[in-house]
Design a protein around this ligand. Structure first.
Ligand code: TSB
Ligand code: ZN
Length: 585
Protein backbone atom coordinates (compact mmCIF):
# COMPACT_ATOMS: atom_id res chain seq x y z
CA UNK A 1 0.00 0.00 0.00
CA UNK A 2 1.21 3.50 -0.77
CA UNK A 3 3.14 5.48 1.83
CA UNK A 4 2.00 9.07 1.32
CA UNK A 5 4.96 10.49 3.23
CA UNK A 6 7.35 9.04 0.68
CA UNK A 7 5.86 11.24 -2.10
CA UNK A 8 6.41 14.97 -1.81
CA UNK A 9 3.54 15.99 -4.08
CA UNK A 10 1.10 13.70 -2.29
CA UNK A 11 2.31 14.96 1.10
CA UNK A 12 1.54 18.54 0.09
CA UNK A 13 -1.81 17.51 -1.30
CA UNK A 14 -2.74 15.61 1.85
CA UNK A 15 -1.62 18.37 4.14
CA UNK A 16 -3.71 20.85 2.18
CA UNK A 17 -6.62 18.45 2.44
CA UNK A 18 -6.25 18.40 6.23
CA UNK A 19 -6.83 22.19 6.18
CA UNK A 20 -9.83 21.73 3.92
CA UNK A 21 -11.21 19.22 6.42
CA UNK A 22 -10.70 21.69 9.27
CA UNK A 23 -12.44 24.45 7.33
CA UNK A 24 -15.44 22.21 6.61
CA UNK A 25 -15.63 21.11 10.24
CA UNK A 26 -15.55 24.76 11.32
CA UNK A 27 -18.49 25.52 9.00
CA UNK A 28 -20.53 22.64 10.39
CA UNK A 29 -19.41 22.83 14.02
CA UNK A 30 -18.59 26.49 14.76
CA UNK A 31 -17.36 25.64 18.27
CA UNK A 32 -14.55 23.48 16.83
CA UNK A 33 -10.98 24.17 17.90
CA UNK A 34 -8.05 22.58 16.14
CA UNK A 35 -4.91 21.01 17.48
CA UNK A 36 -2.62 19.44 14.85
CA UNK A 37 -3.27 18.01 11.40
CA UNK A 38 -0.20 16.21 10.08
CA UNK A 39 0.46 14.06 7.04
CA UNK A 40 0.98 10.40 7.92
CA UNK A 41 1.92 7.31 5.90
CA UNK A 42 -1.79 6.57 5.44
CA UNK A 43 -2.84 10.08 4.40
CA UNK A 44 -3.66 12.78 6.94
CA UNK A 45 -5.60 13.43 10.08
CA UNK A 46 -6.73 16.38 12.15
CA UNK A 47 -7.18 16.40 15.94
CA UNK A 48 -10.22 18.47 16.79
CA UNK A 49 -11.86 19.65 20.00
CA UNK A 50 -15.62 19.76 19.42
CA UNK A 51 -16.55 20.56 23.00
CA UNK A 52 -19.32 18.28 24.16
CA UNK A 53 -20.18 17.07 20.69
CA UNK A 54 -19.06 13.64 19.52
CA UNK A 55 -18.99 12.74 15.85
CA UNK A 56 -19.15 9.28 14.34
CA UNK A 57 -18.39 7.71 10.97
CA UNK A 58 -21.98 8.52 9.94
CA UNK A 59 -21.10 12.22 10.07
CA UNK A 60 -18.19 11.86 7.66
CA UNK A 61 -20.22 12.07 4.38
CA UNK A 62 -21.73 15.35 5.58
CA UNK A 63 -18.24 16.76 6.26
CA UNK A 64 -16.97 15.44 2.92
CA UNK A 65 -19.86 17.17 1.16
CA UNK A 66 -18.94 20.48 2.78
CA UNK A 67 -15.29 19.95 1.78
CA UNK A 68 -16.34 19.40 -1.83
CA UNK A 69 -18.43 22.57 -1.73
CA UNK A 70 -15.51 24.66 -0.43
CA UNK A 71 -13.14 23.08 -2.97
CA UNK A 72 -15.51 23.87 -5.82
CA UNK A 73 -15.66 27.47 -4.67
CA UNK A 74 -11.97 27.49 -5.49
CA UNK A 75 -10.46 30.01 -3.08
CA UNK A 76 -6.75 30.64 -3.33
CA UNK A 77 -4.52 29.44 -0.48
CA UNK A 78 -2.51 32.40 0.75
CA UNK A 79 0.61 32.31 2.91
CA UNK A 80 1.23 35.02 5.48
CA UNK A 81 4.32 35.43 7.66
CA UNK A 82 4.11 36.73 11.22
CA UNK A 83 6.41 37.42 14.13
CA UNK A 84 5.81 35.43 17.26
CA UNK A 85 4.15 38.43 18.85
CA UNK A 86 1.84 38.95 15.89
CA UNK A 87 0.97 35.26 15.84
CA UNK A 88 0.12 35.27 19.56
CA UNK A 89 -2.17 38.24 18.94
CA UNK A 90 -3.81 36.73 15.87
CA UNK A 91 -4.62 33.42 17.56
CA UNK A 92 -5.28 34.82 21.03
CA UNK A 93 -8.69 33.14 21.29
CA UNK A 94 -7.36 29.73 20.38
CA UNK A 95 -5.64 27.97 23.31
CA UNK A 96 -4.37 25.15 21.10
CA UNK A 97 -2.59 27.44 18.67
CA UNK A 98 -1.26 29.56 21.55
CA UNK A 99 0.20 26.35 22.98
CA UNK A 100 1.94 25.64 19.67
CA UNK A 101 3.20 29.20 19.18
CA UNK A 102 4.49 29.46 22.74
CA UNK A 103 6.66 26.44 22.14
CA UNK A 104 8.43 28.08 19.21
CA UNK A 105 11.35 29.34 21.26
CA UNK A 106 13.60 31.31 19.01
CA UNK A 107 12.98 35.02 19.32
CA UNK A 108 13.11 35.80 15.61
CA UNK A 109 11.14 32.82 14.38
CA UNK A 110 9.00 33.61 11.41
CA UNK A 111 5.65 31.96 11.90
CA UNK A 112 3.61 31.21 8.83
CA UNK A 113 -0.08 30.76 8.48
CA UNK A 114 -2.25 29.86 5.54
CA UNK A 115 -5.67 31.25 4.70
CA UNK A 116 -8.32 30.00 2.29
CA UNK A 117 -11.52 32.04 2.22
CA UNK A 118 -12.89 32.30 5.75
CA UNK A 119 -10.38 29.90 7.30
CA UNK A 120 -6.86 30.54 8.57
CA UNK A 121 -4.55 28.00 10.15
CA UNK A 122 -1.10 28.11 11.61
CA UNK A 123 1.12 26.01 9.39
CA UNK A 124 4.64 25.57 8.12
CA UNK A 125 3.34 24.62 4.65
CA UNK A 126 3.85 24.23 1.80
CA UNK A 127 0.39 23.92 0.31
CA UNK A 128 -1.21 23.68 -3.11
CA UNK A 129 -2.18 27.02 -4.69
CA UNK A 130 -5.92 26.75 -4.53
CA UNK A 131 -8.46 24.48 -2.85
CA UNK A 132 -9.68 23.63 -6.37
CA UNK A 133 -6.80 21.18 -6.61
CA UNK A 134 -8.33 19.09 -3.84
CA UNK A 135 -10.74 16.88 -5.73
CA UNK A 136 -10.01 13.24 -5.11
CA UNK A 137 -10.22 12.69 -1.38
CA UNK A 138 -12.03 10.50 1.10
CA UNK A 139 -12.55 10.68 4.85
CA UNK A 140 -11.77 7.26 6.24
CA UNK A 141 -12.51 7.05 9.93
CA UNK A 142 -12.83 8.91 13.20
CA UNK A 143 -11.37 7.97 16.57
CA UNK A 144 -10.58 9.47 19.96
CA UNK A 145 -7.07 10.81 20.58
CA UNK A 146 -5.82 12.29 23.83
CA UNK A 147 -4.42 15.82 23.59
CA UNK A 148 -0.64 15.36 23.23
CA UNK A 149 -1.14 11.60 23.47
CA UNK A 150 -1.48 11.75 27.25
CA UNK A 151 -4.36 9.81 28.84
CA UNK A 152 -4.58 12.44 31.59
CA UNK A 153 -5.52 15.09 29.03
CA UNK A 154 -8.76 15.80 27.25
CA UNK A 155 -9.89 13.40 24.53
CA UNK A 156 -9.95 15.08 21.12
CA UNK A 157 -11.54 13.67 17.99
CA UNK A 158 -9.27 12.57 15.22
CA UNK A 159 -10.61 12.44 11.69
CA UNK A 160 -8.53 10.53 9.14
CA UNK A 161 -8.57 10.97 5.39
CA UNK A 162 -6.57 10.59 2.22
CA UNK A 163 -6.19 12.61 -0.96
CA UNK A 164 -4.87 11.73 -4.43
CA UNK A 165 -4.15 13.51 -7.69
CA UNK A 166 -6.69 11.58 -9.73
CA UNK A 167 -9.75 9.41 -9.50
CA UNK A 168 -8.01 6.14 -10.49
CA UNK A 169 -5.41 6.41 -7.73
CA UNK A 170 -8.08 7.12 -5.16
CA UNK A 171 -10.25 4.23 -6.34
CA UNK A 172 -7.30 1.84 -6.38
CA UNK A 173 -6.35 2.85 -2.86
CA UNK A 174 -9.89 2.49 -1.52
CA UNK A 175 -10.04 -0.98 -3.02
CA UNK A 176 -6.74 -1.90 -1.36
CA UNK A 177 -8.11 -0.65 1.95
CA UNK A 178 -11.18 -2.79 1.46
CA UNK A 179 -9.00 -5.83 0.80
CA UNK A 180 -6.89 -5.07 3.87
CA UNK A 181 -10.06 -4.97 5.96
CA UNK A 182 -10.99 -8.42 4.66
CA UNK A 183 -7.52 -9.68 5.56
CA UNK A 184 -7.51 -8.17 9.05
CA UNK A 185 -6.83 -11.10 11.40
CA UNK A 186 -9.43 -9.79 13.85
CA UNK A 187 -12.13 -10.20 11.23
CA UNK A 188 -10.80 -13.59 10.09
CA UNK A 189 -10.32 -14.70 13.69
CA UNK A 190 -13.99 -14.14 14.33
CA UNK A 191 -15.27 -15.65 11.08
CA UNK A 192 -13.10 -18.75 11.36
CA UNK A 193 -13.74 -19.07 15.10
CA UNK A 194 -10.09 -18.85 16.01
CA UNK A 195 -10.18 -16.54 19.01
CA UNK A 196 -12.52 -14.33 20.99
CA UNK A 197 -12.19 -11.60 23.56
CA UNK A 198 -14.51 -10.67 26.39
CA UNK A 199 -14.73 -7.58 28.57
CA UNK A 200 -15.03 -9.79 31.63
CA UNK A 201 -11.62 -11.28 30.91
CA UNK A 202 -10.01 -7.99 30.00
CA UNK A 203 -8.34 -5.98 27.29
CA UNK A 204 -5.56 -7.61 25.32
CA UNK A 205 -6.33 -11.09 26.62
CA UNK A 206 -7.76 -13.17 23.80
CA UNK A 207 -9.12 -16.65 24.37
CA UNK A 208 -8.20 -19.30 21.82
CA UNK A 209 -11.23 -21.25 20.59
CA UNK A 210 -10.96 -24.93 19.53
CA UNK A 211 -9.95 -24.01 15.94
CA UNK A 212 -7.30 -21.60 17.20
CA UNK A 213 -6.09 -24.09 19.78
CA UNK A 214 -5.52 -26.66 17.03
CA UNK A 215 -3.46 -24.18 14.99
CA UNK A 216 -1.53 -23.36 18.09
CA UNK A 217 -0.90 -27.03 18.91
CA UNK A 218 0.53 -27.57 15.42
CA UNK A 219 2.67 -24.41 15.49
CA UNK A 220 4.10 -25.30 18.89
CA UNK A 221 4.90 -28.82 17.76
CA UNK A 222 6.43 -27.54 14.51
CA UNK A 223 8.84 -25.15 16.18
CA UNK A 224 9.70 -27.42 19.10
CA UNK A 225 10.61 -30.26 16.73
CA UNK A 226 12.82 -27.91 14.71
CA UNK A 227 14.53 -26.70 17.86
CA UNK A 228 15.04 -30.19 19.27
CA UNK A 229 16.76 -31.15 16.00
CA UNK A 230 19.09 -28.19 16.58
CA UNK A 231 19.97 -29.32 20.12
CA UNK A 232 17.73 -26.97 22.02
CA UNK A 233 16.54 -28.25 25.41
CA UNK A 234 13.04 -27.24 26.43
CA UNK A 235 11.96 -26.42 29.95
CA UNK A 236 8.82 -25.34 31.82
CA UNK A 237 9.01 -22.50 34.34
CA UNK A 238 6.37 -20.55 36.30
CA UNK A 239 4.65 -17.49 34.86
CA UNK A 240 5.48 -15.52 37.99
CA UNK A 241 8.70 -14.57 39.66
CA UNK A 242 9.58 -12.75 42.84
CA UNK A 243 10.21 -9.02 42.70
CA UNK A 244 13.76 -9.81 43.80
CA UNK A 245 14.30 -11.95 40.71
CA UNK A 246 13.43 -8.97 38.52
CA UNK A 247 15.51 -6.64 40.67
CA UNK A 248 18.48 -8.93 40.10
CA UNK A 249 17.92 -9.00 36.34
CA UNK A 250 17.41 -5.24 36.06
CA UNK A 251 13.83 -5.52 34.73
CA UNK A 252 12.54 -3.85 37.88
CA UNK A 253 14.59 -0.73 37.15
CA UNK A 254 14.38 -0.65 33.38
CA UNK A 255 11.21 -2.47 32.37
CA UNK A 256 8.78 -1.71 35.19
CA UNK A 257 6.50 0.49 33.09
CA UNK A 258 5.79 -2.46 30.82
CA UNK A 259 4.95 -4.79 33.70
CA UNK A 260 1.78 -5.50 35.68
CA UNK A 261 2.02 -4.20 39.24
CA UNK A 262 3.39 -6.46 41.92
CA UNK A 263 1.19 -8.61 44.16
CA UNK A 264 1.83 -9.54 47.76
CA UNK A 265 1.28 -13.08 49.02
CA UNK A 266 2.11 -13.81 52.69
CA UNK A 267 5.55 -12.30 53.07
CA UNK A 268 6.51 -12.61 49.39
CA UNK A 269 6.18 -10.14 46.52
CA UNK A 270 5.55 -11.41 43.01
CA UNK A 271 5.18 -10.10 39.51
CA UNK A 272 3.63 -11.67 36.46
CA UNK A 273 6.68 -12.09 34.32
CA UNK A 274 7.18 -9.93 31.24
CA UNK A 275 10.10 -12.07 30.02
CA UNK A 276 11.57 -15.49 30.73
CA UNK A 277 15.27 -14.67 30.74
CA UNK A 278 15.67 -14.51 34.55
CA UNK A 279 14.19 -18.00 35.02
CA UNK A 280 16.45 -19.39 32.30
CA UNK A 281 19.52 -17.72 33.86
CA UNK A 282 18.78 -19.61 37.08
CA UNK A 283 18.40 -22.88 35.20
CA UNK A 284 21.84 -22.35 33.65
CA UNK A 285 23.23 -21.57 37.06
CA UNK A 286 21.81 -24.75 38.53
CA UNK A 287 24.75 -26.72 37.12
CA UNK A 288 28.48 -26.24 36.77
CA UNK A 289 29.47 -25.84 33.12
CA UNK A 290 32.65 -26.46 31.21
CA UNK A 291 33.57 -24.88 27.86
CA UNK A 292 32.83 -28.32 26.38
CA UNK A 293 29.11 -27.98 27.28
CA UNK A 294 28.66 -24.74 25.38
CA UNK A 295 26.57 -23.60 23.63
CA UNK A 296 23.66 -24.49 25.88
CA UNK A 297 20.30 -23.63 24.34
CA UNK A 298 17.39 -23.43 26.77
CA UNK A 299 14.01 -23.07 25.12
CA UNK A 300 10.47 -22.62 26.35
CA UNK A 301 7.04 -21.85 25.02
CA UNK A 302 6.47 -19.47 27.87
CA UNK A 303 3.64 -17.24 28.98
CA UNK A 304 4.46 -13.61 29.57
CA UNK A 305 2.43 -10.62 30.67
CA UNK A 306 3.03 -7.05 29.62
CA UNK A 307 1.23 -3.85 30.32
CA UNK A 308 0.54 -2.66 26.79
CA UNK A 309 -1.40 0.62 26.53
CA UNK A 310 -5.11 -0.05 26.10
CA UNK A 311 -5.15 1.88 22.82
CA UNK A 312 -2.31 -0.23 21.46
CA UNK A 313 -3.67 -3.74 22.05
CA UNK A 314 -4.84 -5.31 18.82
CA UNK A 315 -6.36 -8.78 18.40
CA UNK A 316 -3.62 -11.39 18.61
CA UNK A 317 -1.02 -8.99 17.26
CA UNK A 318 -0.44 -6.99 20.42
CA UNK A 319 -1.70 -8.66 23.57
CA UNK A 320 -1.15 -8.33 27.29
CA UNK A 321 -0.89 -12.07 27.85
CA UNK A 322 1.29 -13.87 25.32
CA UNK A 323 3.18 -17.08 24.64
CA UNK A 324 6.76 -16.56 23.48
CA UNK A 325 8.67 -19.07 21.38
CA UNK A 326 11.64 -18.19 23.51
CA UNK A 327 15.16 -19.48 23.99
CA UNK A 328 18.35 -18.29 25.62
CA UNK A 329 21.62 -19.47 24.20
CA UNK A 330 24.58 -19.51 26.56
CA UNK A 331 27.86 -19.50 24.67
CA UNK A 332 31.45 -18.31 24.73
CA UNK A 333 32.30 -15.04 23.05
CA UNK A 334 33.94 -16.95 20.18
CA UNK A 335 30.73 -18.83 19.49
CA UNK A 336 28.53 -15.74 19.15
CA UNK A 337 29.05 -15.42 15.38
CA UNK A 338 28.13 -19.03 14.63
CA UNK A 339 25.18 -19.06 17.02
CA UNK A 340 23.81 -15.84 15.63
CA UNK A 341 24.21 -17.18 12.10
CA UNK A 342 22.33 -20.36 12.95
CA UNK A 343 19.48 -18.37 14.51
CA UNK A 344 19.22 -16.24 11.36
CA UNK A 345 19.29 -19.44 9.29
CA UNK A 346 16.47 -20.88 11.37
CA UNK A 347 14.42 -17.71 10.92
CA UNK A 348 14.90 -17.85 7.14
CA UNK A 349 14.08 -21.55 7.11
CA UNK A 350 10.83 -20.99 9.03
CA UNK A 351 9.80 -18.06 6.83
CA UNK A 352 10.40 -20.22 3.78
CA UNK A 353 8.21 -22.99 5.20
CA UNK A 354 5.39 -20.48 5.61
CA UNK A 355 6.07 -18.70 2.34
CA UNK A 356 6.69 -15.29 3.97
CA UNK A 357 8.47 -12.95 1.59
CA UNK A 358 7.70 -9.46 2.79
CA UNK A 359 9.93 -8.75 5.78
CA UNK A 360 13.02 -6.73 6.62
CA UNK A 361 15.86 -6.95 9.10
CA UNK A 362 16.25 -4.12 11.59
CA UNK A 363 19.30 -3.58 13.75
CA UNK A 364 17.76 -2.10 16.89
CA UNK A 365 20.07 0.15 18.87
CA UNK A 366 20.05 2.08 22.11
CA UNK A 367 18.41 5.52 22.11
CA UNK A 368 19.23 8.85 23.64
CA UNK A 369 17.06 8.36 26.74
CA UNK A 370 19.81 6.55 28.56
CA UNK A 371 17.81 5.78 31.70
CA UNK A 372 15.72 3.32 29.68
CA UNK A 373 18.83 1.25 29.08
CA UNK A 374 21.37 -0.39 31.29
CA UNK A 375 24.09 2.13 31.96
CA UNK A 376 27.40 0.75 30.79
CA UNK A 377 28.68 2.50 27.66
CA UNK A 378 31.56 0.09 27.20
CA UNK A 379 29.25 -2.92 27.26
CA UNK A 380 26.89 -1.29 24.75
CA UNK A 381 29.69 -0.31 22.40
CA UNK A 382 31.08 -3.82 22.51
CA UNK A 383 27.70 -5.45 21.92
CA UNK A 384 26.77 -3.08 19.09
CA UNK A 385 29.99 -3.43 17.20
CA UNK A 386 29.96 -7.18 17.63
CA UNK A 387 26.39 -7.46 16.39
CA UNK A 388 27.10 -5.21 13.42
CA UNK A 389 30.09 -7.37 12.49
CA UNK A 390 28.03 -10.56 12.72
CA UNK A 391 25.36 -9.06 10.46
CA UNK A 392 27.90 -7.76 7.96
CA UNK A 393 29.69 -11.13 7.92
CA UNK A 394 26.35 -12.79 7.26
CA UNK A 395 25.84 -10.47 4.30
CA UNK A 396 22.42 -9.56 5.64
CA UNK A 397 20.59 -6.56 4.23
CA UNK A 398 19.51 -4.55 7.27
CA UNK A 399 18.61 -1.03 8.36
CA UNK A 400 19.33 0.59 11.70
CA UNK A 401 16.87 2.08 14.19
CA UNK A 402 17.66 3.96 17.36
CA UNK A 403 15.78 3.50 20.61
CA UNK A 404 14.50 0.04 19.71
CA UNK A 405 17.01 -2.08 21.66
CA UNK A 406 16.18 -4.23 24.68
CA UNK A 407 17.31 -2.61 27.95
CA UNK A 408 20.04 -5.25 28.18
CA UNK A 409 21.41 -5.08 24.66
CA UNK A 410 21.07 -4.44 20.92
CA UNK A 411 19.06 -6.77 18.73
CA UNK A 412 18.27 -7.92 15.25
CA UNK A 413 14.53 -7.71 14.67
CA UNK A 414 12.55 -9.03 11.76
CA UNK A 415 9.91 -6.46 10.87
CA UNK A 416 6.67 -7.20 9.08
CA UNK A 417 3.62 -5.11 8.15
CA UNK A 418 0.16 -6.09 9.29
CA UNK A 419 -2.86 -5.81 7.00
CA UNK A 420 -3.84 -2.49 8.51
CA UNK A 421 -0.29 -1.18 8.22
CA UNK A 422 1.23 -1.73 11.66
CA UNK A 423 4.99 -2.23 11.52
CA UNK A 424 5.70 -4.99 14.06
CA UNK A 425 8.54 -7.26 15.11
CA UNK A 426 8.04 -10.94 14.50
CA UNK A 427 11.34 -12.72 15.12
CA UNK A 428 14.11 -11.30 17.25
CA UNK A 429 17.71 -12.21 18.09
CA UNK A 430 19.43 -10.25 20.83
CA UNK A 431 22.93 -10.00 22.18
CA UNK A 432 23.41 -9.65 25.92
CA UNK A 433 26.49 -9.20 28.08
CA UNK A 434 24.47 -7.84 30.99
CA UNK A 435 22.34 -10.66 32.42
CA UNK A 436 25.30 -13.08 32.65
CA UNK A 437 26.93 -10.41 34.80
CA UNK A 438 23.85 -9.72 36.93
CA UNK A 439 23.35 -13.42 37.65
CA UNK A 440 27.08 -14.07 37.96
CA UNK A 441 27.04 -16.86 35.36
CA UNK A 442 30.24 -18.71 34.65
CA UNK A 443 31.77 -21.67 32.87
CA UNK A 444 35.21 -23.23 33.22
CA UNK A 445 37.40 -22.44 30.23
CA UNK A 446 40.22 -24.51 28.65
CA UNK A 447 42.67 -23.25 31.24
CA UNK A 448 40.46 -24.36 34.10
CA UNK A 449 39.53 -20.76 34.91
CA UNK A 450 36.08 -19.24 35.42
CA UNK A 451 34.77 -17.22 32.49
CA UNK A 452 31.50 -15.40 31.71
CA UNK A 453 29.28 -16.76 28.97
CA UNK A 454 27.43 -14.45 26.57
CA UNK A 455 23.64 -14.80 26.26
CA UNK A 456 21.69 -14.67 23.00
CA UNK A 457 17.96 -14.14 23.49
CA UNK A 458 15.92 -15.26 20.52
CA UNK A 459 12.31 -15.82 19.53
CA UNK A 460 11.73 -17.31 16.09
CA UNK A 461 7.94 -17.18 15.85
CA UNK A 462 8.13 -14.22 18.21
CA UNK A 463 5.00 -15.03 20.12
CA UNK A 464 2.52 -17.68 18.99
CA UNK A 465 -0.05 -14.91 19.24
CA UNK A 466 1.57 -12.38 16.91
CA UNK A 467 2.78 -15.08 14.55
CA UNK A 468 -0.75 -16.45 14.20
CA UNK A 469 -2.09 -12.96 13.53
CA UNK A 470 0.46 -12.45 10.77
CA UNK A 471 -0.07 -15.93 9.34
CA UNK A 472 -3.83 -15.40 9.16
CA UNK A 473 -3.35 -12.12 7.32
CA UNK A 474 -0.74 -13.49 4.92
CA UNK A 475 -2.87 -16.49 4.00
CA UNK A 476 -6.15 -14.52 4.14
CA UNK A 477 -7.30 -17.26 6.48
CA UNK A 478 -6.69 -20.07 3.96
CA UNK A 479 -4.13 -21.81 6.15
CA UNK A 480 -1.79 -24.47 4.80
CA UNK A 481 -3.24 -27.98 4.95
CA UNK A 482 -1.07 -29.19 7.84
CA UNK A 483 -2.19 -26.27 10.03
CA UNK A 484 -5.87 -26.21 9.14
CA UNK A 485 -8.10 -26.95 12.13
CA UNK A 486 -10.35 -28.95 9.79
CA UNK A 487 -8.50 -30.46 6.85
CA UNK A 488 -11.34 -32.29 5.13
CA UNK A 489 -15.09 -31.88 5.22
CA UNK A 490 -17.22 -34.82 4.12
CA UNK A 491 -20.53 -33.89 2.51
CA UNK A 492 -23.08 -36.56 1.50
CA UNK A 493 -25.13 -35.30 -1.47
CA UNK A 494 -28.30 -36.66 0.10
CA UNK A 495 -28.54 -37.33 3.78
CA UNK A 496 -30.95 -40.14 3.06
CA UNK A 497 -29.02 -42.14 0.46
CA UNK A 498 -25.40 -41.40 1.11
CA UNK A 499 -25.15 -40.90 4.82
CA UNK A 500 -23.83 -44.35 5.70
CA UNK A 501 -21.08 -44.17 3.09
CA UNK A 502 -20.19 -40.64 4.23
CA UNK A 503 -19.95 -41.88 7.81
CA UNK A 504 -17.70 -44.72 6.72
CA UNK A 505 -15.41 -42.31 4.85
CA UNK A 506 -15.40 -39.95 7.81
CA UNK A 507 -14.39 -42.71 10.25
CA UNK A 508 -11.65 -43.95 7.96
CA UNK A 509 -10.16 -40.48 7.52
CA UNK A 510 -10.32 -39.86 11.24
CA UNK A 511 -8.56 -43.15 11.95
CA UNK A 512 -5.75 -42.14 9.57
CA UNK A 513 -5.09 -39.04 11.67
CA UNK A 514 -6.70 -36.54 9.28
CA UNK A 515 -8.75 -33.78 10.91
CA UNK A 516 -12.13 -34.31 9.36
CA UNK A 517 -15.66 -33.01 9.80
CA UNK A 518 -18.87 -34.64 8.63
CA UNK A 519 -21.48 -32.22 7.36
CA UNK A 520 -24.60 -34.37 7.11
CA UNK A 521 -26.96 -31.62 8.16
CA UNK A 522 -30.30 -31.53 6.52
CA UNK A 523 -29.33 -28.51 4.41
CA UNK A 524 -29.12 -28.03 0.65
CA UNK A 525 -25.91 -29.26 -0.97
CA UNK A 526 -25.13 -25.78 -2.33
CA UNK A 527 -25.44 -24.28 1.14
CA UNK A 528 -23.08 -26.84 2.69
CA UNK A 529 -20.57 -26.39 -0.15
CA UNK A 530 -20.61 -22.63 0.32
CA UNK A 531 -20.04 -22.99 4.03
CA UNK A 532 -17.00 -25.24 3.40
CA UNK A 533 -15.64 -22.34 1.33
CA UNK A 534 -16.31 -19.63 3.91
CA UNK A 535 -14.66 -21.81 6.54
CA UNK A 536 -11.70 -22.12 4.13
CA UNK A 537 -11.45 -25.90 4.57
CA UNK A 538 -8.72 -27.27 2.24
CA UNK A 539 -10.61 -30.35 0.98
CA UNK A 540 -14.32 -30.78 0.41
CA UNK A 541 -15.44 -34.35 -0.29
CA UNK A 542 -18.73 -34.71 -2.13
CA UNK A 543 -20.20 -38.19 -1.90
CA UNK A 544 -23.11 -39.34 -4.07
CA UNK A 545 -24.30 -42.52 -5.82
CA UNK A 546 -21.24 -43.01 -7.97
CA UNK A 547 -18.78 -42.60 -5.15
CA UNK A 548 -20.77 -44.95 -2.95
CA UNK A 549 -20.91 -47.63 -5.64
CA UNK A 550 -17.23 -47.49 -6.56
CA UNK A 551 -15.74 -46.79 -3.15
CA UNK A 552 -14.31 -43.54 -4.48
CA UNK A 553 -14.42 -39.91 -3.41
CA UNK A 554 -14.88 -36.72 -5.40
CA UNK A 555 -13.10 -33.72 -3.97
CA UNK A 556 -12.70 -30.03 -4.47
CA UNK A 557 -9.83 -27.92 -3.22
CA UNK A 558 -10.53 -24.67 -1.42
CA UNK A 559 -11.27 -21.82 -3.85
CA UNK A 560 -11.15 -24.18 -6.88
CA UNK A 561 -14.20 -25.06 -8.95
CA UNK A 562 -13.16 -28.36 -10.53
CA UNK A 563 -13.78 -31.74 -8.94
CA UNK A 564 -11.36 -34.68 -8.96
CA UNK A 565 -12.26 -38.31 -8.28
CA UNK A 566 -10.13 -41.13 -6.96
CA UNK A 567 -10.29 -44.25 -4.78
CA UNK A 568 -10.81 -43.53 -1.11
CA UNK A 569 -7.53 -45.18 -0.08
CA UNK A 570 -5.64 -43.24 -2.71
CA UNK A 571 -7.16 -40.00 -1.40
CA UNK A 572 -6.15 -40.83 2.15
CA UNK A 573 -2.53 -41.56 1.28
CA UNK A 574 -2.32 -38.44 -0.92
CA UNK A 575 -3.62 -36.16 1.83
CA UNK A 576 -1.52 -37.81 4.52
CA UNK A 577 1.63 -37.33 2.49
CA UNK A 578 0.81 -33.68 1.95
CA UNK A 579 0.20 -33.15 5.65
CA UNK A 580 3.39 -34.95 6.66
CA UNK A 581 5.57 -33.13 4.15
CA UNK A 582 3.76 -29.86 4.85
CA UNK A 583 3.02 -29.45 1.15
CA UNK A 584 0.54 -26.77 0.22
CA UNK A 585 -1.57 -27.04 -2.85
C1 TSB B 1 13.53 -13.23 22.98
N1 TSB B 1 13.84 -11.66 26.40
C2 TSB B 1 13.58 -11.69 25.00
C3 TSB B 1 13.42 -13.12 24.52
O1 TSB B 1 14.43 -13.95 25.07
C4 TSB B 1 12.31 -10.87 24.72
O2 TSB B 1 11.39 -10.90 25.53
N2 TSB B 1 12.28 -10.17 23.61
S1 TSB B 1 11.07 -9.24 23.11
O3 TSB B 1 10.69 -8.34 24.13
O4 TSB B 1 11.47 -8.66 21.87
O5 TSB B 1 9.84 -10.17 22.83
C5 TSB B 1 9.96 -11.26 21.96
C6 TSB B 1 8.91 -11.23 20.86
O6 TSB B 1 7.62 -11.22 21.43
C7 TSB B 1 8.94 -10.00 19.98
O7 TSB B 1 9.90 -10.15 18.97
C8 TSB B 1 7.53 -9.98 19.42
O8 TSB B 1 7.42 -10.79 18.27
C9 TSB B 1 6.71 -10.62 20.51
N3 TSB B 1 5.90 -9.64 21.30
C10 TSB B 1 6.38 -8.65 22.09
N4 TSB B 1 5.37 -7.97 22.66
C11 TSB B 1 4.22 -8.56 22.24
C12 TSB B 1 2.84 -8.32 22.49
N5 TSB B 1 2.43 -7.36 23.31
N6 TSB B 1 1.92 -9.11 21.88
C13 TSB B 1 2.31 -10.10 21.06
N7 TSB B 1 3.60 -10.38 20.79
C14 TSB B 1 4.55 -9.61 21.36
ZN1 ZN C 1 15.20 -13.16 27.00
Amino acid sequence: MINIKEHENLSILNHSCAHLLAQAVKHLYPQAKFWVGPVIEEGFYYDIDLGEEVISEEDLPKIEKEMKKIAKDGKRIVREELTKEEALEKFKDDPYKIDLISRMDEENTIISCYSQGDFTDLCRGPHVDTVKQLKYFKLLKVSGAYFKGDAKNKMLQRIYGICFENEQDLEKHLQELEEAKERDHRKLGKELKIFMTHDLVGKGMPMWLPNGAMIRYELEKYIKDKEIALDYQHVYTPSLGSVDLYKTSGHWDHYKEDMFPKMVVDDEEFVLRPMNCPHHMLIYKNDLHSYRDLPIRIGELAHDFRYEASGAVCGLERVRCMCQNDAHIFCSINQVGDEFASVVKLILDVYKDFGFKDYSFRLSLRGKEKEKYFDDDEMWDKAESMLRKVLTDLGLDFYEAEDEAAFYGPKLDVQVKSAIGHDVTLSTCQLDFLLPERFDLTYINEEGKKERPVVIHRAILGTIDRFSAFLLEETKGALPLWLSPVQVVVIPVSSLHHESYAKEVYEKLKKSGIRVKLDDRNEKLGYRLREAQTQKIPYTLILGDQEKENNTVSYRLYSKKDTTSCLLDEFISRVKEKIEKKINE
